[in-house]
Design a protein around this ligand. Sequence first.
Ligand code: FRU
Length: 508
Amino acid sequence: KQLPVNAVPVDSLYHEPYRPQFHFSPPHNWMNDPNGLVYFDGEYHLFYQHFPDSNVWGPMHWGHAVSTDLVHWENLPIAIYPDSAGYIFSGSAVVDLKNTSGFGEGTQPPMVAMYTIHDPMKDRAGLNDRESQGIAYSNDKGRTWTKYPGNPVIPNPGEERDFRDPKVFWDGGSGQWIVVLAVKDHVAFWGSPDLKSWRHLSDWGTQYGGHGGVWECPDLFPLTDTATGETKWILIVNINPGAPNGGSGTQYFTGTFNGKEFTMDDNLKDQVSGGQGIWLDYGMDDYAGVTWSNAPLAPDRRLWIGWMSNWEYATVVPTTDWRSACTLPRELSLIQTSHGYRLASHPVQALEQLRQESRTISPARIDSTLDLGEIPSIFELELDFQLPESDDFSIGLVLENEAKESYRIGYDSRSNQFYSDRTAAGDHSFSDRFAAGNHTAPRISDNRHLHLHLYFDVASAELFVDDGSTVMTEIYFPSTPFSRLKLQASGNPVEMTGATIYPLHSIW
Ligand code: FRU
């Protein structure tokens, strides 16, 4: 990998305190949203909102990394730089297979990126048209980019200050490019034959979903339910603030798209009215996630990644000299539940290559505390439970360190909710929003068998429940690594029917 020149000695780079060992994080300085997620010629591209001069947010660039397996990342030079027109805000990238844009040279199709041009001068002047959409293209596998001289391709209509985060895709049904944009409190769909000339198609969303903040980073894609053959369109809408546990989060809607308009499924109306939303991840630290375009996957799956932080405190978390990481890449699929279709999230299978020799724990009836022994600072854990018939119990994990700090994550049957408790998990002095109380997530399945799949990476926890129908991602900052794991139950005893711990290899 290419290591940029900077103050940190090369042998400690990627091994600093709190540095994730199997998640992507930038070599130095600030990152936020993943951008331009696209698969091309054997490589998964991850561009990201990046400020290379400091570890707080600033003039936005697109940082760049590539991976052949979504697990190991190679850092590449910055892909797109801000200029006199403005900062390069979030956006997407596509492979223009038919060279509709005419940007292609030779036989390879060009890659085209579409992003928001955010003009800081207009912003400061309080002008409404501070944000517009621009494109750039690459004919060398995303290594170098040329901005289109005709930018902006979607000028700001002048009404909304928040007009950003274009997610483009080719819609075979209507035979055109579609872009979905976040516009303050709704999404807007625009269409184009060539990625350069765009016309407005429709707007959607003011009446539905969470509206506790501004809508950002949308995505729209079809997913097929293999059981019924039915295809649903998924509209992802990130929102900041207004997430269920505070700050920024990711909601979604299911429905249909006819090449012009999105129509939400009728059965969702009750569930997303009055400010309610359906959330992809209930933890506080998963934001601005969108999916990979052009990925070689069956129509029933979609690859997704988010930013593992929250705007409530992202700029002040105690890491140097990098700040923020991505979540684990996940595969999204459609599942039928008693509430209708839901998205299921599964960590990508390629992560299994990081597993070291596993340790299994014998089944046990848990009625108080079971010490599961020492744990490495990065590990994966699979746990199965047979739940008591009577709903009066809680079951959870406790990670402890030598400094007597602890992180707790588990399930409480009385509220039918999962919890993540980082109130005693280490440093939270940097923000009173970080550990104000437990964070919770609903259980969707009512199966008496409970399956928990967890990943712990030095300073983060990711919980995937049952069939992937509940997810929680949370970060924390223990003063020494967590080194002991306990299982704790209260109320009715719970049967733990199996547990496996996999120490993991670092990717760096
Ligand atoms: C989301 C976001 C986007 C914007 C970008 C700026 O986290 O606010 O809406 O494009 O970050 O960095």
